[in-house]
Design a protein. Structure first.
Length: 253
């Protein structure tokens, strides 16, 4: 899971305008990956076959005083997000870097990621840089690339962002079950979990208006802050969930 498979290394000019646009699109849409990860953590049987983020790594400036460092973009798995930083574990063996290795933990600001991707039932979503590279391959090369991944990437000119099910419909279903759960377990609305997140933090980060509304009506503390000092509204704002931000602001959050 890098710009290479087991046989070949795919190199590209990091200043390539199309690649820069792919990086920007991945950063702007990271929320869709996080939403799927957040939802998958609630499933009895996980659905994600893959959830990964690509990030740039470097050994620092080259010897001889060159200004530009050598950079290698590699994939991280076991993705976590604290509202500002993405963390994970490196799943690649670097091709030329020496300061990092497969299995190393990594943490970086969300605005420094270069791609993201997840897969459900063998279909990939995201993969902005992957699909740009696929678009530059011959049909034969693209087939070999896709077979190496074992995924259906689809048309390289049309990056899939979300699964086919309607997110709003799913949120409404979750809202109903959440309302019943909180009626039986009212103290859970204030329970803190990983990174000091409450249920409201989690649902705000997933962009779910319906479940956020249920939690507000159940008395969730909209001013509660995470371990790194973020409110539910700030989490939603950092991820670009405008409708959730508007709801929280309208309710005093």
């Amino acid at each position: 899971m890098s710009e290479s498979d087991s046989q070949n290394v795919l190199l590209f000019d990091n200043s390539d305008p199309e690649m820069q646009r792919a990086y920007a699109a991945a950063r702007e849409s990271f929320r869709y990956l996080w939403r799927e990860i957040a939802r998958d953590r609630q499933r009895i049987v996980p659905a994600l076959g893959l959830a990964a983020v690509k990030a740039p790594f470097t050994d620092g400036p080259r010897k001889g005083g060159e200004k530009n460092p050598e950079v290698e973009h590699m994939w991280l798995s076991e993705i976590d997000f604290d509202g500002e930083h993405v963390s994970g574990v490196l799943v690649n063996s670097p091709n030329w870097l020496r300061s990092v290795k497969e299995g190393d933990p990594a943490r970086l600001p969300i605005d420094q990621i270069s791609d993201w991707m997840y897969a459900i039932s063998g279909e990939s979503y995201g993969g902005f840089t992957v699909n740009l590279l696929r678009s530059r391959m011959s049909a034969t090369e693209r087939g070999q690339h896709d077979a190496a991944w074992g995924l259906d990437f689809g048309d390289p000119s049309k990056v899939r962002l979300v699964t086919q099910h309607a997110h709003d419909s799913l949120s409404e279903q979750l809202a109903g079950s959440l309302k019943s759960h909180l009626k039986e377990n009212p103290t859970h609305v204030a329970t803190r979990g990983h990174n000091g997140w409450t249920m409201l933090h989690s649902e705000a980060s997933a962009g779910s208006v319906a479940t956020v509304r249920v939690l507000i009506e159940a008395g969730a503390d909209q001013r509660a802050v995470t371990n790194n000092g973020l409110t539910p509204r700030q989490l939603a704002q950092n991820l670009g969930w405008g409708s959730v931000v508007e709801l929280l602001e309208s309710r005093g959050g």
